[in-house]
Design a protein around this ligand. Sequence first.
Ligand SMILES: Nc1ncnc2c1ncn2[C@@H]1O[C@H](COP(=O)(O)OP(=O)(O)OP(=O)(O)O)[C@@H](O)[C@H]1O
Length: 706
Amino acid sequence: MLQRLIYSSFELKISRKNSQLLFNIPTKASLCQQCGTRLYSRYKAPVIRNYYERNFYNKYGTFNPKIRWYTTQVDADKKNEHIGNVEEKNEIASTKKINVKLKTSDLKRLFSLAEPEKWTLAGAISFLVVSSSVTMAIPFSLGKVLDIIYSSTSDLGAAREKLDTLCLMLCGVFLIGGLCNFGRVYLMSISGQRMTQSLRKQVYGAIMRQEPAWFGRTSTGELVNRLSADTQLVGRNLSQNVSDGLRSLFMVGAGTGMMIYMSPSLALIGLCVVPPVSMLAVIYGRFVRGITKQLQDALAESSELAEEKISNIKTVKAFSKEEAECKTYAKRIENLLTLAYKESLAVGSFYGLTGLAGNTIIILVLYYGGGMVATEQLTVGNLTSFLLYAAYVGISIGGLSTFYTELNKGLGAATRLWDIIDRQPAIPVSGGMKPAQRPKGELILDNVFFTYAEAPLLKGVNLHLRPGRSIALVGRSGCGKSTIASLIMRLYDPNKGRVLLDGVDIKDLDPVWLRSHIGFVSQEPVLFSGTIKENILYGALDEDLDKQLLNDINDKEDLPWMAAARTAHLQELVHATSDGFNRQVGARGGQLSGGQKQRVAIARAIVKNPKILILDEATSALDAYSEYLVDNALKEISKDRTVLTIAHRLSTIQSADEVAVMENGVIIERGPYQELITKPGGFFKELMNHQTFAKKSHEPDVKQPS
Ligand SMILES: Nc1ncnc2c1ncn2[C@@H]1O[C@H](COP(=O)(O)OP(=O)(O)OP(=O)(O)O)[C@@H](O)[C@H]1O
């Protein structure tokens, strides 16, 4: 039903402005403020509710352009406005649909994860058979002991002897059972850990392969949750749960067999409880599977919130939002609690009912069995053994239902992981042409169109970057300058048009090869925790990395990474502490200043000696000395390379060979600075008059045409 709802629903595109209005729409049915269509947030459908809550949350956080509202009644005329990107919608439908039926193909795939561990698991299962057999021998032996005691009142000595032999044998058997139990648990546990580990590697690899646009649609918190909690759940399921399940299965089988062997008629009474309990277990298992998926979703959303706020704690504190954040978090986990209540109710009811069924059986067996002992159809020892077997079978049926429930949980988690593992990235990680020569560095953007979410951003950009020349890209904030940089690096593909490197469409080139010839310094460079040296070497090509690390031992001075550090004017930073290049930069480079981070990022960008440089200039003002150092570094690295600078500083704009001006998704003017600034009625001239460009104290004011 839920699936039908998703597919029959339509996606409403909401502009940034409209979304603000819609955030405040509270519950079940509301009118779209754009066209008056009735919208259903469908509180009963968890998929829809997730989106509703995510939207609501976004009111406080960053804007997510992929907001979806679902509606079941759409005015035919306005239908087109409501149908979004079909591919995206299908992706959401497949990842979020809740399928509560156990599919054989899913089960097969789940168990195929255990394939590499088959020998360890086989060992564990052998131990399991021995230890379970020993356990199942207990009721029988107890019955025998009782019968010896009851039947040998005349010959106490012989009875004593029999008892001694039996107990001695049992001691040996129990010792073996104990050892086997240890072996079973140990082997299952280590293979579970190994399966979790290998699953984590697979999922992490799949996450790394995805294109940046996918990360815009998937929250980091959710991914971290998949990587940590879901993988563990699946690993545990395939080891511990399977082991416990097999043990229960074995005990149900052996116990039932023994019950029938001791008294078939009494066994019939005892086993009448199995069919209803099994049915109950199936229904309960399905319910738990559905609720587990919802719980995992809710957990992922709360992790997303926590992750974002904890990692930006300075901003939270700067606005004194600690209390507010606690409240938002508490609200977010409320949903978690509601689901947990539902689960607890189901668990309580299930175990209450199965317990009651078990107790009823014991009473029935006692009642009928007692009668049979009185009429000497059954010995006291046999009745005792029978009762114990019945109890074991009861407990093991409980164990089987726990196994089924856990299996459902594991399968729920596994399907989420498969969604990630199976996803083919829209932009491949590698593959394609790898020209033998270094590129000349000629870049052409040929009639490029690009859209992030709904409104088109680039509407036919034409730009020519000549080899060895620099171009400064200017335009209003948010006009799409950084997006052009992303398209050149093939982080996104244009919706229409081509990006050519030396005349070849970059879609035909191997992305690894392409990026190995592009150096990029972003507006707010991100460093990773580790040393300065490690951060610089992060930019080195894999094949050079080994050489550089190897050389490091022999010849310290001649290394490309040290040359890159010198060019980026890092000496002052390196000599400031005794750690030198081994100075730690802290998480995200938090222990360095803005200018220092930028210079490390510059060194990282040039260590591979790229032919093309893309410099997304920082808008934040650096102090005069840092700016001087960064400027010098940039001038030095720009020599003999094709340089695209997303320019915010007057000095950069003036020193570039050419200036390209963007407006309304196209390049509207281009030419040398002097030509553009003196062009009567020119957009660039207008822009320079109205926009405040950061300029150094010693720089002249923008020249006004006479
Ligand atoms: N990943 C994304 N998903 C959706 N929209 C995005 C994404 N990145 C950027 N945008 C939007 O695209 C537009 C262009 O962004 P871009 O960063 O290219 O602008 P810019 O010209 O470089 O801006 P600035 O000069 O302020 O850095 C902005 O409106 C921005 O909100």
